[in-house]
Ligand binder design. Structure first.
Ligand SMILES: *Cc1c(COP(=O)(O)O)cnc(C)c1O
Length: 381
């Protein structure tokens, strides 16, 4: 039965696309640790898709196929990390190509882009998200091959209009890549809005349990650029381990429940603390006061995500103090897990960071929201 097209995404996620093992009837996919795959009659590969473990592994398929289905993509590829997935895209460009990316985005990727591009003959220009025309002005016709956006983006949760960026990309004959780690396919499907490739750090919401580092790309089309990306993965070997791939398919079964709970709790927390006297600002796209609220309402369905930031009056030391006083929120980096985390972002990004020093980034998990509110209340008291 081809259930993928007719069933709701929640159903496909819960059942790992109605997985039933044809050999045993098991409803959970097996883990295949083999690094090599045998040949049979006429020296032909027994399974034409599988020859050597750096190219592919059958354990990837449930996670890749589910993600492709959730994103409305033609194909998806699993990588060893979100960064490895992003690097595979950039390494598929040619020297002389031009990249446009936002000034505020996942800092590890921004830093790597700026350093790598300078060394490898790629030009990169960073545009200001607050200026609606900055993206189209940053594009260089005939040279720009890649437009990179992240929405909502780290750690201010600015929202980028994906459909408008896709129009800019089409006009420039560039590829639009959307880092959709924060929104997940539960809240936004960038390919339907015109994106060419969707990237996720699967380390975050897709796996959701803080126990896998992985990344994934999903493509609107199996074109020659996508083939190059697949070659970069198999030659470079930035592949996930089979156990990680298996954990990821298990984590994704509860993706919808987790993301919806995190989003609902984040909304409640954002509203609760919006006018708190110790806070200079609450940054959350679900709040009417947030600059990206109207676009977010248009392109996100069923919630505004589980990430928000607080700007604490009193600056850097006051902000670090709040994080240290928390008893339920765990002071740690990363995001998108079932447990809530709080982080002083500037401490990890350092002096090159454009992030305000008074900013705390909160990843809202699935705990009871009253416990989270009480914890922040006492930490801010
Ligand atoms: C974590 C993260 C990345 C990097 O992913 P890794 O899995 O840590 O390599 C990229 N983009 C966003 C938005 C992230 O949160």
């Amino acid at each position: 039965m081809d259930t993928k097209k007719t069933l709701a995404p929640e159903t496909n996620a819960a059942q790992a696309l109605h997985f039933i093992d044809s050999a045993t009837g098991a409803i959970v996919p097996p883990i295949q640790p083999s690094t090599t795959f045998a040949r049979g009659k006429d020296y032909a590969l027994i399974s034409p898709a599988h020859s050597y473990g750096r190219d592919h592994n059958p354990t990837y398929l449930p996670a890749e196929q589910l993600l492709a289905s959730l994103e409305g993509a033609e194909s998806a590829l699993l990588f060893s990390s979100g960064m490895a997935a992003a690097m595979a895209i950039v390494q598929s460009l040619q020297p002389g190509d031009h990249i446009v990316a936002p000034k505020v985005m996942y800092w590890g990727l921004r830093n790597w882009l700026v350093q790598f591009c300078a060394n490898w003959g790629l030009a990169v220009d960073l545009f200001d998200l607050a200026d609606a025309t900055a993206l189209s002005r940053a594009v260089k016709p005939g040279k720009t091959r890649l437009i990179w956006i992240e929405t909502p983006c780290n750690p201010t949760w600015d929202v980028v209009d994906i459909a408008a960026a896709a129009q800019v990309a089409r006009d420039a004959k560039a590829k639009l890549v959307v880092d959709s780690t924060i929104a997940t396919p539960v809240l936004t499907r960038p390919i339907e809005l015109g994106a060419d490739i969707v990237m996720h750090s699967a380390t975050k919401y897709l796996n959701g349990h803080g126990d896998v580092v992985a990344g994934v790309l999903a493509t609107a089309r199996n074109d020659s650029f996508w083939e190059r990306i697949a070659e970069v993965r198999s030659h470079g070997g930035a592949i996930a381990g089979s156990f990680e791939a298996w954990l990821l398919q298990r984590g994704m079964r509860t993706l919808f429940l987790r993301v919806r709970q995190s989003s609902a709790s984040a909304m409640t927390i954002a509203r609760h603390f919006e006018a708190h006297p110790k806070l200079a600002a609450v940054l959350y796209p679900g709040l009417k006061a947030h600059a990206g609220h109207d676009i977010a309402k248009r392109q996100m369905q069923g919630g505004f995500g589980g990430m928000l930031s607080l700007r604490v009056k009193g600056g850097e030391s006051a902000a670090r103090d709040v994080a240290t006083k928390c008893r339920v929120f765990i002071p740690a980096t990363s995001l998108g897990g079932v447990e809530s985390l709080i982080e002083h972002r500037y401490s990890i990004e350092g002096a090159s960071s454009p992030i305000p020093k008074d900013l705390l980034r909160l990843s809202i998990g699935i705990e009871h929201v009253d416990d989270l509110i009480a914890d922040l209340q006492q930490a801010l008291a």
